[in-house]
Design a protein around this ligand. Structure first.
Ligand SMILES: Nc1nc2c(ncn2[C@@H]2O[C@H](COP(=O)(O)OP(=O)(O)OP(=O)(O)O)[C@@H](O)[C@H]2O)c(=O)[nH]1
Ligand SMILES: [Mg+2]
Length: 316
């Protein structure tokens, strides 16, 4: 390990928040040294409990994460929070209330918050998020919470990598449950109906239950439905209890390991695809690519044979 990486790893492991911030930036930007850093950090990771929370914009994800963080801090757990492309960020000024609320924690080194913007492809974002989670994990954080707006399959990919996935619904969003069920129903280990102070929480609960009877999970777990009012802390203790009992269930049934293997199977394929594509693109070069494209466009070459050749010998 090169000296700068070793120093950074040592600092980060000793709880230095600035070193942690620096490491996350390197990894997030795929800056030089990023893969060396991840190689050095990986052996230290795998201990944190990763909690993914997803739900529509404004569902109250940040408020819930905030409340959970407070509760876990009381139990002396250290927390890392990754907010992926939040529309009401912890760090920005979009919603003033959010900022003031989160500032409670800023003096507490036991909570580290990072928000990540959507840039480039979402597939890349999922991988970057997973890598940032690895950095937080390796830094010794007990719990890492990842907040993402769950509107599409790509965002679903992000939270699916968590040990525990929480799907947040709110009453009064029409046929919300119907619209999101495709991607999200299967990934929820726990359902939260937030804003239960509003009309219609019972209806949402009935809808979830109805869908649950149609789709039984292969691991035998029935996701509990927790009603919360995140803005006043109502139901947070129940949510934390549900998280704990799911974690127990995974452990008892030996499912944690199985899930982890399944997740890594997908991540490895993604990493391999990224790397092979990178290598091929680098060998090919833009000039060569333009030349080949021109030949295909002029029908001097067929793209099918060309791709087979490139895949076998990327340096043609
Ligand atoms: N009435 C009510 N309001 C809530 C509740 N939970 C959160 N809110 C409010 O809903 C608004 C949005 O909350 P956020 O926590 O920022 O929601 P979010 O899902 O993180 O939003 P994005 O990150 O923008 O997608 C804020 O004004 C909260 O104060 C709740 O249980 N009841
Ligand atoms: Mg938010």
């Amino acid at each position: 390990m090169a000296p700068p990486t070793k120093t950074l790893v040592d600092q980060l492991r000793s709880g230095d928040t600035r070193a942690l911030a620096r490491a996350i930036t390197i990894v997030e930007n795929r800056a030089p040294g990023s893969s060396e850093l991840l190689k050095a950090l990986f052996p230290h990771s795998g201990k944190a409990s990763i909690i993914g929370l997803t739900g529509a914009p404004g569902a109250g994800k940040s408020t819930l994460v905030d409340q959970l963080a407070k509760l876990y801090r009381k139990q002396n757990h250290t927390i890392g929070i990754i907010a992926v492309d939040p529309t009401s960020p912890y760090t920005g000024g979009a919603i003033l209330g959010d900022r003031i609320r989160m500032q409670d924690h800023f003096s507490d080194p036991g909570i580290y918050i990072r928000s990540m913007a959507t840039r480039g492809s979402l597939g890349g974002l999922a991988r970057a998020t997973a890598d940032v989670a690895t950095v937080l994990d390796a830094s010794g954080r007990d719990r890492v919470m990842i907040e993402t707006v769950g509107v599409g399959q790509d965002e679903v990919d992000i939270v699916r990598l968590a040990d525990v996935t929480i799907v947040i619904l709110v009453p009064g969003m029409g046929d919300d449950v119907q619209t999101i069920k495709a991607g999200i129903m299967e990934i929820a280990d726990i359902f939260v109906i937030n804003k239960s102070d509003r009309e219609g929480a019972e209806r949402v609960e009935r809808e979830i239950r109805a869908l649950q009877t149609l789709a039984l999970r292969h691991d035998g777990w029935t996701p509990p439905i927790i009603k919360t009012i995140a803005s006043d802390g109502h139901g947070i203790a129940e949510l934390a209890a549900a998280i704990a009992s799911f974690e127990d269930y995974l452990k008892k049934e030996g499912l944690a390991q199985k899930r982890s293997v399944e997740n890594w199977q997908e991540r490895l394929v993604e990493m391999l695809r990224d790397t092979l594509l990178d290598t091929a693109r680098r060998r090919l070069g833009d000039g060569q690519l333009a030349k080949l494209a021109a030949e295909v466009a002029a029908h001097q070459r067929d793209p099918y044979t060309l791709i087979e050749e490139l895949a076998e010998r990327p340096d043609r």
